[in-house]
Design a protein. Structure first.
Length: 199
């Protein structure tokens, strides 16, 4: 199993290079979109830097592919969706969508307190909803703690960071739109007047 993981990670570099060239983007442009340095991106593509979840997430988002597609997870013949969680450095992420582009949905579990906040920026729009535990969200000048049932939405060009608010794990949903799509529920009365629209 470890060999399979190593093989999957070894194949990430060529895949990243192909995706970037497909989009006709330079390393500098990709760096501006993801907040990852040009040297790190270059080492990832050449295979001299081992990919981590923190690096793969923004790259998958920018390229409009799922994590499974990025690491080349084999498809199954079963029509049911088998989405495999990815765990790195106290973060478990389960992709809930498989299609490329549009809004991507993830279930994320953070099991340990992360290091001091290091806010990052990248293109897109994100919506977080806490299922269990307490989530600390640093967003620009704001330092917030979200409890179960609470949500936050923000432009990811604003410096942001999130982690457990205490020593307990936190579980939350993340909806991310690479091109700034916002996730909104619009409810209309049957009369169709439109006055009750919320978004």
């Amino acid at each position: 199993m470890e060999d399979d993981l190593d093989q999957s990670l070894d194949a990430v570099g060529p895949r990243l290079r192909a995706l970037r060239r497909q989009r006709e983007a330079t390393l500098a442009e990709l760096s501006a979109e993801t907040g990852i340095s040009v040297s790190t991106l270059s080492r990832l593509e050449s295979g001299t830097r081992r990919p981590t979840l923190e690096l793969l997430l923004p790259l998958a988002r920018v390229h409009g592919v799922t994590l499974d597609e990025l690491v080349g997870a084999p498809p199954t013949g079963d029509p049911r969706i088998h989405l495999r969680p990815v765990t790195r450095h106290g973060m478990t992420m389960l992709p809930l969508t498989r299609r490329a582009g549009g809004i991507q949905a993830y279930k994320i579990i953070l099991t340990s307190r992360r290091a001091e906040p290091e806010p990052q920026t990248h293109e897109g729009y994100e919506w977080l909803y806490v299922l269990d535990g307490r989530l600390r969200v640093v967003l620009g000048e704001h330092d917030l703690v979200l409890a179960p049932g609470e949500a936050a939405e923000f432009d990811t060009r604003v410096p942001h960071w999130f982690g457990p608010a205490g020593d307990e794990p936190v579980e939350f949903l993340s909806l991310f739109g690479r091109q700034g799509e916002r996730a909104h529920l619009r409810a209309r009365p049957r009369g169709g007047s439109g006055k009750a629209d919320r978004g």
